[in-house]
Write a new protein. Structure first.
Length: 421
């Protein structure tokens, strides 16, 4: 206990993008702390003000303040992506601010970036402040043990499926195709999960493309083939779900030629602002128009409306476990780790367990395309199958629907057989 205080003090902050269930972690940790006689301080907007040495943006939390917030979306403490732990002055300010607040322990809630910041803070704070991190992201790309999803993912997928199912009905009613781009900067878990559960016509994720650099044509071709196949079967509608991380593989020079590309202060293309759906819609429309075929295409970006959705019961329960586990670890004098639910128990793994030694950053969990789960997802989609090119009758029908000769059709779509899992 801090000798200058009458009771121990816990700080809680949230970093990174929102995810359904944040308030559940805050509630559970606060309730457990207060029941053990601790004071609880909520730090607003993550590390934003602490890195400036400003300790005024805090709020006292008590059980009545949090008892029902586990059912709500968003974050009562807000969130931010601030906190440059690589800048010595910023780090010094954060450490000073934490000590000035009289914290004996700190719970951080966030994704891979916040986990990295929490790890750096732990090294600077040492044993003076016990620090436990709770991982969250709707991208599901933090490699939690046992393959368990990160909190927020299940809720995001749930509501994403509702969007896709509605669009599928609209597509069938109006005879059009939708290109749905979901969040997922590094991995395709969310896009694949939404497409698989919602029964989308097709999904495409970065993990399916071994190339380091992609052209727009590389992504458009499987979609074009799906449209042609659907037309050959007498239908003009469908929904394609794409992970925004595909844009990470697009050749920047080609993107610049497309126009409308924005970059962040570090020169990286802003994926959230990149109109990938529009680029693909324009590309596919022109491709079919050149062959005298009119298709109706619309793009839809799905992401921000998922991040602050009210958590479904899975995430309500899951985040209670994590919030309790984080505070319980602090009470057991544990320090410097990430709280996880593993094999039915709450376990604290050291930060280094999740660190990629090559990059120094948090490891990224990619979709394993060699699993039965991925096979099921793709086998139930309208992908170009080998029999379409081997059967003369089917090939003839496909070529007609695509506006190509039989030989052109065979040669154009032959490379796509690698997508026939």
């Amino acid at each position: 206990m801090n000798p200058n205080q009458e009771q121990n003090t816990l700080g809680i902050l949230v970093g990174g993008g929102p995810a359904p269930g944040i308030n559940g972690v805050i509630a559970a940790a606060t309730i457990e702390a207060r029941n053990r006689g601790w004071r609880v301080i909520g730090i607003r907007e993550g590390l934003r003000w602490l890195e400036k040495g400003d300790t005024k943006h805090v709020v006292e939390l008590d059980i009545p303040d949090v008892s029902r917030i586990h059912r709500t979306g968003g974050s009562i403490l807000q969130t931010s992506r601030h906190g440059n732990v690589e800048d010595p002055e910023s780090m010094k300010n954060m450490v000073r601010s934490i000590h000035r607040l009289g914290l004996d322990a700190l719970i951080t809630i966030g994704g891979d970036g916040t986990a990295g910041a929490a790890s750096a803070l732990h090294k600077s704070l040492g044993e003076s402040v016990r620090l436990i991190h709770v991982p969250k992201t709707i991208d599901n790309d933090i490699p939690l043990p046992g393959g368990l999803s990160t909190f927020g993912y299940q809720t995001a997928r749930h509501y994403g499926v509702e969007v896709v199912e509605s669009l599928m009905e609209d597509a069938k009613t109006t005879g059009r195709w939708y290109l749905v781009v979901t969040m997922g900067r590094n991995a395709g878990h969310l896009a694949l999960g939404i497409a698989k559960a919602g029964g989308a016509t097709l999904s495409l994720i970065p993990e399916e493309f071994p190339q380091a650099k992609l052209s727009l044509e590389d992504i458009a071709l499987p979609i074009e083939a799906a449209i042609a196949r659907r037309r050959s079967e007498g239908r003009r509608d469908g929904v394609v779900v794409l992970a925004e991380g595909l844009a990470n593989k697009l050749d920047p020079k080609e993107l610049e030629r497309q126009g409308g590309v924005e970059r962040d202060p570090h020169g990286h293309i802003r994926l959230t602002d990149l109109p990938m759906g529009y680029f693909l819609r324009r590309h596919l429309t022109r491709t079919f128009e050149k062959r005298g075929i009119a298709i109706s295409l619309m793009e839809k970006k799905v992401g921000y409306e998922l991040r602050c959705a009210a958590p479904i019961p899975f995430d309500q329960e899951y985040t209670k476990d994590l919030g309790f586990g984080a505070m319980n670890a602090i009470l057991r004098m544990q320090n410097g780790g990430i709280v996880c639910r593993h094999m039915g128990r709450i376990v604290i793994f050291p930060f280094d367990h999740f660190r990629d030694e090559r990059t120094g950053r948090t490891k990224v969990r990619l979709v394993d395309i060699n699993t039965e789960s991925f096979l099921v997802a793709t086998r139930y989609q309208l992908r170009l199958r080998r029999q379409q090119l081997l059967s003369e009758q089917r090939l003839h029908s496909l070529a007609k629907a695509a506006g190509l000769s039989i030989e052109e059709c065979r040669e154009r779509y032959k490379p796509l057989l690698r997508f026939d899992y």
